[in-house]
Ligand binder design. Structure first.
Ligand SMILES: Cc1cc2nc3c(=O)[nH]c(=O)nc-3n(C[C@H](O)[C@H](O)[C@H](O)COP(=O)(O)OP(=O)(O)OC[C@H]3O[C@@H](n4cnc5c(N)ncnc54)[C@H](O)[C@@H]3O)c2cc1C
Length: 483
């Protein structure tokens, strides 16, 4: 649908709906809301090139969200849903003129913590760390710990299918989400109730999970909570000569049925970056066993036995791994310092995360790294990766690449990031893997959507046409932009 209102009319209509205090139009806020990714050149160098949104609006109830969306739906206004703002793949980029960013961060109440049914219900703008802090005070945990925990909020966590560091035990957000309330572009508010399981037709929670703001706006989330036994945590670290042995060990631990909360394997370059003190340029394999003491002990003993059965791994002190974990989460307070460092050194980087079955993941890793080295002309300060989330059938690979920006900073993405990400995705799809493991499609991987989905693209496109017939929800995200 083409836009029916001018920029001024859009601002005026939303001001009438929400009042001027909740319709933000100052130039700097609008610029900052035209992009995501904290270390993008736009944010680092202050060079904003995308169309800036007409306004950032802040509804405070599901009914207000419904009115905001309905107004956009009737008038062809592109809506970009937002909560914590920690997206990395362009999901928050306002690529359409006169978009409206709908910021749910003021809906930030923890509504209930129900320790009998093991549920916590929060509004979409509750920061994960805030809920986690409240739960830990009473001996519980969400089990969810993405590195962006200090910033990410529940709307975005659900909308991107996020996953945390303890996923091997607790799963990703899709395993944690019990019920949800969400609003569709026509203003329809839908609630999916909280029950332990259901078989009444398809699981419609998956129309909400991972929709990246392209189908509906999430207003309330209920997640599982778990008992928390940090005193039982056991930390294990090993040095290995090669990735394939590490992947084989991960596979053995998981397929034997053990569920350490953390199971990670770093290649030599990424290992050196994270574990300077002890990695000596080798691959680093890490496990954490947690839970009730008998389970933690049994899991830990099995890990030691399985690793020993592969012969060549050298054990490192578990205290070093524990110390590393305690400092792993993103420290938002250092953001400005880090931006200054990027401006001074011109060293920046990106990541690309994919997944594949056990039989192909090692080849995806080898082939992608070999092609990047051969085809991308860049002064790399780090080119490597790690596996951080393992499953019965396979694992993910999180490629990390840092380089010196030797071009005009505005060309950074097209010179370095896009070619590198394209190689990783091409090598993944070639061997049947998935092009995104947890950051979402955003706006930067949409050109691979048809190949990723194959014949099932029909299902995805039909959902979009049914729920967002006027195409107002986050255009250019997940679904490639058409003229
Ligand atoms: C330093 C850093 C570390 C990270 N580590 C991890 C990690 O370990 N694991 C992981 O999974 N991700 C990680 N991420 C990515 C990101 O933090 C997560 O994807 C997170 O879930 C996004 O939540 P948010 O509230 O910040 O969402 P936002 O950035 O606000 O939005 C993300 C996407 O969801 C949509 N959206 C936001 N709110 C809503 C809503 N209410 N309804 C519908 N759609 C909505 C947006 O349009 C956008 O497409 C990391 C990011 C950074 C910057």
């Amino acid at each position: 649908m083409t836009a029916k209102l001018t920029r001024e009319q859009i601002v005026s209509a939303y001001t009438q709906l929400l009042g001027s205090e909740r319709v933000i139009t100052d130039e700097q806020t609008l610029k900052e809301n035209s992009v995501d990714r904290y270390y993008k050149v736009e944010n680092v160098f202050g060079i904003y090139s995308l169309p800036v949104p007409a306004a950032v609006v802040k509804p405070s109830t599901p009914q207000e969200v419904a009115a905001v969306l309905a107004l956009a739906n009737e008038n062809g206004i592109n809506i970009v849903p937002k909560t914590g703002g920690s997206a990395t793949e362009g999901g928050l980029e306002t690529v359409i003129e006169n978009s409206v960013v709908v910021d749910g961060s003021t809906m930030n109440e923890i509504l209930s913590i129900d320790t009998e049914n093991m549920l916590a219900t929060v509004q979409c703008g509750v920061c994960l760390e805030d809920l986690e802090t409240e739960l830990r005070k009473i001996g519980y945990t969400t089990g969810h710990s993405p590195q962006s925990k200090p910033l990410a909020q529940f709307g975005g966590l659900v909308a991107t299918r996020s996953i945390g560091q303890f996923s091997t035990l607790y799963g990703g957000i899709e395993d944690m989400l019990v019920g949800v309330e969400t609003v569709f572009p026509n203003g329809q508010i839908c609630r999916i109730k909280n029950v332990p399981r259901r078989a009444a037709g398809p699981d419609i929670r998956h129309l909400v999970l991972g929709n990246e703001g392209t189908l509906n706006f999430i207003t309330e989330v209920t997640v599982k909570i778990f008992r928390y036994f940090p005193e039982n945590n056991r930390f294990y670290g090993y040095l290995l000569n090669d990735m394939k042995t590490g992947l084989a060990i991960l596979r053995e631990v998981i397929t034997q049925g053990y569920r350490p909360s953390v199971a990670r394997l770093y290649d030599s370059e990424d290992g050196l970056y994270h574990f300077k003190k002890f990695s000596n340029g080798q691959c680093v394999l890490i496990f954490v066993a947690e839970g009730p003491v008998r389970i933690a002990d049994a899991t830990g003993a099995a890990i030691e036995e399985i690793v020993a059965s592969f012969g060549s791994a050298e054990r490192v002190d578990g205290a070093l791994i524990e110390d590393w974990f305690n400092n792993l989460n993103w420290d938002v307070s250092k953001l400005e310092e880090e931006r200054i460092e990027i401006r001074e050194t011109l060293i920046n980087g990106f990541t690309t995360e994919i997944s594949g079955n056990w039989s192909v993941i090692g080849d995806i890793y080898d082939n992608a790294i070999a092609r990047i080295r051969a085809e991308v002309s860049a002064d790399f300060t780090l080119l490597g990766g790690h596996s951080s989330h393992s499953y019965l059938n396979g694992t993910n690979m999180y490629f990390v690449y840092y380089y010196k920006i030797d071009v005009d900073p505005t060309l950074e993405r097209t010179t370095y990031h896009d070619p590198i990400q394209n190689i990783i995705v091409e090598e993944t799809l070639k061997l049947g893997g998935s092009m995104c493991h947890h950051h979402g499609v955003g706006k930067h991987r949409t050109h691979f959507l048809a190949e990723e989905y194959g014949s099932s693209l029909y299902m995805l496109e039909t959902l979009k046409a049914a729920f967002d017939p006027n195409g107002i929800m986050n255009r250019g995200t997940i679904f490639p932009l058409t003229k």
